[in-house]
Design a protein around this ligand. Sequence first.
Ligand SMILES: [Zn+2]
Length: 273
Amino acid sequence: MGERDRKRKNVDDSKAFEDDDPLALCLSPPSRRPNPLTPHPPLSPPSPGPPQHSFPPPPPPLPPLLLPDFISVPSSAASAPSAAAAAAANPPARPLRARRNPSKAPRGAHKSDTVAPPFSWATDLRATVHSLNHLLSQNITNITGEAQCKRCEASQVISYDLVSKFNEVAAFIRARKHWMHDRAPAEWMTPAFPDCRSCGQPNCMRPVVAAKKRSINWLFMLLGQTLGCCTLDQLKYFCKHTKNHRTGAKDRVLYLTYLALCKQLHPAGPFER
Ligand SMILES: [Zn+2]
């Protein structure tokens, strides 16, 4: 059924509704007012011939439609007075359109547990990276990521040595964990950045945080200790998918993100909350 046909059908439906409007019927003289509670007589099946006194055999079901994925017509719709009504009861356009635009699906629907790993150091689980042992066994010793100057907007790929940068983060946590009280310190909340090679501005090469959360370069920002560039929403996404408590202010969720990432890299390390 074409778009114009569907519109015309809707107009017909609304007219039929107006005819049955009980408010409109109340305005007519009482003698001509039918009782709205009286049910309409049941519709008789279409019959081209004269009225019959014996019950006619049920009409044959409509032939199956040839559209793939078309939902089969239920028997009640098949015995409806017209084929148009049967089609209206089961319009094929809506499910087909939903499949053509999967991005329009409700949020959270059909979200798979696994994703294509966005980096060689990431697993196929959301917000999860491989352990140090695994990465070193795969000869992955440098972690790269994109950064952009806050002033001149020049982009640059930055590379961190995996082991030495991880040891920096681990030493920071080991030395200060006892008085962090489950909250990120100022150094993590307001990260320091490398200088820009293009314009020379110090402390301005911010990591580029992917728009899609599943593609965020978590390990790159852990090693640069720049996870504080993430929004609260992005950090909550990380905590949600790593089964961490995820309510609270940003300093609390940021702290949890640092510890959880360190735990992923070094499961036996001192990174319990
Ligand atoms: Zn710059």
